[in-house]
Design a protein around this ligand. Structure first.
Ligand SMILES: [Zn+2]
Length: 178
């Protein structure tokens, strides 16, 4: 890339970005001959020869690519075993306190940090601050809040309803002793 000069790039652009390399999709009621003619008149004639297209598909093999980026960005995909609607484990009392699933625990942490950073549901950031001062430890406060979040999500899933934001906030208040 460093070897390219602006003039070369411009020439390349003019030679390659021309009608021979475009696909025009048209829909509706029109006369195909008229449309073809209109397109031919709208674009200048190509200068360079058409690009030779690859005839064979590139060979693909599964691999893991890690690319460090200079931006704050996190995509984390977590999976855990799914339970069918009639699985008894799904309705086990208070199974949301089950800390045996580190993936669930981790994803709750991520969700909570996101909620705190955008104060969603509104008021959560303030209530969390009260929790932090109550426990004098951000990490302990996080785990207290995680219990509330897990309970909220568990109830929503059990009842098939959207998460109850006010119950969530009340839970935080209770744990902060306010
Ligand atoms: Zn944790």
């Amino acid at each position: 890339m460093a070897a390219f000069r602006p003039a070369e790039l411009r020439d390349f652009y003019r030679d390659r970005y021309h009608p021979a390399n475009l696909v025009v999709a048209a829909a509706g009621s029109y006369d195909p001959a008229w449309l073809e003619d209109a397109i031919a008149r709208a674009f200048p004639a190509p200068r360079g020869a058409p690009i030779v297209l690859a005839t064979a598909a590139p060979s693909l093999a599964p691999h893991v690519a890690y690319e460090a980026k200079d931006v704050t960005q996190l995509h984390l995909a977590l999976g855990s075993p799914g339970l069918s609607h009639d699985a008894p484990e799904r309705y086990r009392d208070r199974d949301y306190t089950d800390e045996a699933n580190p993936f669930l625990h981790m994803s709750l942490h991520l969700a909570l940090e996101e909620q705190l950073s955008i104060d969603q549901p509104p008021g959560i950031a303030h209530r969390f601050q009260i929790l932090v001062s109550r426990f004098r430890d951000r990490h302990e406060a996080l785990h207290q809040a995680l219990e509330c979040l897990a309970e909220t999500l568990w109830r929503a899933q059990r009842d098939g309803t959207p998460p109850d934001a006010s119950a969530y906030l009340s839970c935080l208040e209770r744990r902060a002793g306010t």
